[in-house]
Design a protein. Structure first.
Length: 223
């Protein structure tokens, strides 16, 4: 496990929901808020790290030391990949909130609910999506189709742009946490607008030779 710094503002995903530390009550003791249901709970440092070691908890970008390869985020996906990710996550999200492993009856019931909503998804597909998400340490990015996750020329350009400009990467990470991972469930286009607005304000304060170029590839707001 990489080095982890716990403190006010630290965020993570647990059982499909985002949490943030809002207070530190004593050494090694924290109050975390469930950003989905706006409920608070007390956790010790050992409890948090035990959940991490068990693979149930995944820290937000920037909270843990990088692994052997950089994690992808929603911002790097194409519009079609974002749509697939959103649809598959919406399909299995109720199953991820169960306090036990979903049973066959749970998959059938959820499939019937989706059918009634005009969004058919078979129990077999739901199980496959859930298993893929669980095996990946509850990482939603595992729901992106395998052929899409290989990336391509467009993704390479976007990734290299973020690597060349740490300020842009920071804007992206901040926007994902404050806009996308919230109870409002705002679209990815809102993340794009936030990043471009923050970047424009930063560039306005700097000489032209120090400005970060406005990204063009893959950052157009979705409609």
């Amino acid at each position: 496990m990489g080095s982890v710094r716990l403190g006010v503002g630290t965020e993570w995903l647990l059982d499909g929901r985002a949490f943030r530390i809002v207070r530190q009550t004593a050494a090694g003791q924290f109050v975390a808020r469930d950003l989905t249901f706006q409920q608070e709970q007390s956790l010790t440092e050992n409890e948090i790290l035990s959940l991490y070691a068990a693979g149930r908890l995944r820290f937000a970008a920037g909270e843990e030391a990088p692994a052997s390869s950089p994690a992808r985020d929603v911002y790097e996906l194409t519009t079609e990949q974002q749509r697939v990710l959103r649809d598959r996550w919406d399909a299995i999200e109720p199953l991820t909130r169960l306090e036990r492993t979903p049973r066959r009856s749970d998959y059938r019931q959820r499939s019937a609910e989706l059918e009634a909503l005009g969004r058919p998804c078979s129990p077999r597909s739901l199980r496959r999506y859930f298993d893929r998400w669980a095996r990946a340490g509850q990482d939603r990015m595992a729901l992106v189709p395998a052929t899409s996750r290989r990336g391509g020329r467009g993704r390479s350009r976007r990734t290299s742009l973020l690597e060349r400009h740490p300020a842009l990467r920071q804007f992206v990470d901040d926007a994902i946490r404050s806009v996308y991972l919230t109870t409002a469930r705002r679209p990815v286009s809102a993340v794009t607008r936030r990043v471009l607005d923050d970047l424009a304000r930063r560039n306005a304060r700097l000489p032209a030779d120090q400005a970060v170029p406005l990204p063009r590839v893959g950052l157009e707001p979705t409609t």
